[in-house]
Design a binder for this molecule. Sequence first.
Ligand code: ATP
Length: 441
Amino acid sequence: MSIDKIVSLCKRRGFVFQSSEIYGGFGAIYDYGPLGITLKNNISQLWWRDMTQLHENIVGLDSGILMHPKIWEASGHVGAFNDPLVDCKECKSRYRADDLVEKDNKNTEWIKIQCPKCGTTGKLTEPRQFNLMFKTNIGPVEDDSNIAFLRPETAQGIYVNYLLTQNALRLKVPFGIAQIGKAFRNEIVARNFIFRTREFEQMEMQYFVKPGEDDKSLNEWKQKRISFYDQLGLNSSKLRFHEHGKNELAHYAKEAWDIEFEFPFGWSEIEGIHNRTDFDLVQHEKFSGKKMEVFDQQKNERFLPYIIETSAGLNRILLAVLSDAYWEDKDNDRLVMKFHPKIAPVTAVVCPLVKKDGLPEIGRKVMDLLKPHFITIYDQQGSIGKRYYRQDEAGTPFGITIDHQTGEDNSVTLRHRDNQQQDRVDIDQLVKAINDSMENY
Ligand code: ATP
C-alpha cells in the first residue's frame, strides 16, 4: 500500500491538511483537521494517562518553547545538532549523508554514489554540517545579543525544571517528569508526509534514577513502552526494537534503542529510549553554575541522578495508527479505517432510517443519551448504506439506526464497523453495549 493513499484519505476526510495550501503549501508543515486533531488528542491522552495517572511517581510539566539560549549550548545542540548533508551539483537535490550511505550498501565514497533523483554519478558534494535549530530574536532588535532558539526537543525543559519539580512535590528518586509539546527542527530532507516535519510534537518522559540502577530501569522502560502500543491497537508484528550501534549513539547516550514501526515506506523510528546518564545535568551545572544534585537521605549525601529518557513522536505515532488502520475491504467495496474504538475520532453515529415518522426526534434523544459518554455525531443525509460507508472511512466503530421498530419496542440496531454485524439493542442498554464492545475489541 502506498503512502499516497493515506495522504489523499487524510485530506478528503479532514485528518491532515498541507499547511498554507492555498499558497501552494509550506515547508513540510501540516495542519490537523477535525478528525486528525481528535485522533491525535486521543493518542496523547492515553500516553498522558499511562505516564502520570498509572505511575504514582511520574508528574507532568509544561515548559516554554523558547528558553535561555545557554540551555542549548549546555545540551550540545548549538555545537553538535547537525546532520551532515550532501548536495547533487547536477540536479540540486539535497540528502542526509547517512541516508545515502544506507541506501548505497554503506558506500561512503561520494564520488561513486549515484544521485537517487537524477541518476548522475560523481556529482555529489562531500558531506557538510548543518545546524537544525530555528533561530529567532527576543525583543525589538535583531542582533547576536538576543538570539533565541525554538526548542528542538522538549527534554531540556524538563532538566532545567527538575529540581524545582522535585522540591515542590517532595519527590524521591526514582521519579519521572512527563511533557507533551511542540518541537522544531529545520530538517533538511523533510519527507514521508507527517513522518519527518519541521514542526512536530513530542511526548517525552524523563526518569531520574540512582546511578547503577540505570541499566535495569532502561530495560523496564523498553518493555513498558513497547506494550503501550497495544492500547492503540497497533499490529505487534509491525513493531520492533533497533539498538543503536556505537557509531549511531548520540553524544549524550550510553545506550539507546528505537522502537520502529513498519510504515508503507519501510521500518522507521517512532520512539527513542535512551540512557542519557548524568550528561545533561553535569552540563547544566557547568553552564549555569548551579548545583543540580538531589539529597540521598539514607546515605546522607548529595548525588546527580542518571536519566532514562523515553521520547515518542506524536505525529509519527499518528501516522503509524493511520497506516495500520487503513483497510480496503474489497469483498464489500468499501474503505475502512480500523481504529481501535478507544482512539477513534468519532465513536458512534446516530442515523434515523428516514427523515419522518418521528424517527429524527428519537434520534436526537439517543444523541443526548450518548453524548456525555462518547464522541457521537448525527447523520440523516442519504441512504443508510452510504451513511455507514462514509463513517467506515472515518473509522467510526459503531452505527446506531433508529427505524420503525424503535417506536414500538424502544430498540435500535447497533452496527459494528469491521464485520458489519448488526445487533438489536434496547436504547436503555446502548451505553453499556458500546462500552462492552469497546472493552472486548
Ligand atoms: P530521526 O533519526 O528519525 O531524525 P531522531 O533520532 O533524531 O529521529 P529523537 O531526537 O530521538 O529523533 O526524537 C525522538 C522522537 O521525536 C523520534 O522518535 C520521533 O518520533 C520524533 N521526531 C524527531 N524528529 C522528528 C521530525 N522531524 N518530525 C516528526 N517527528 C520527529
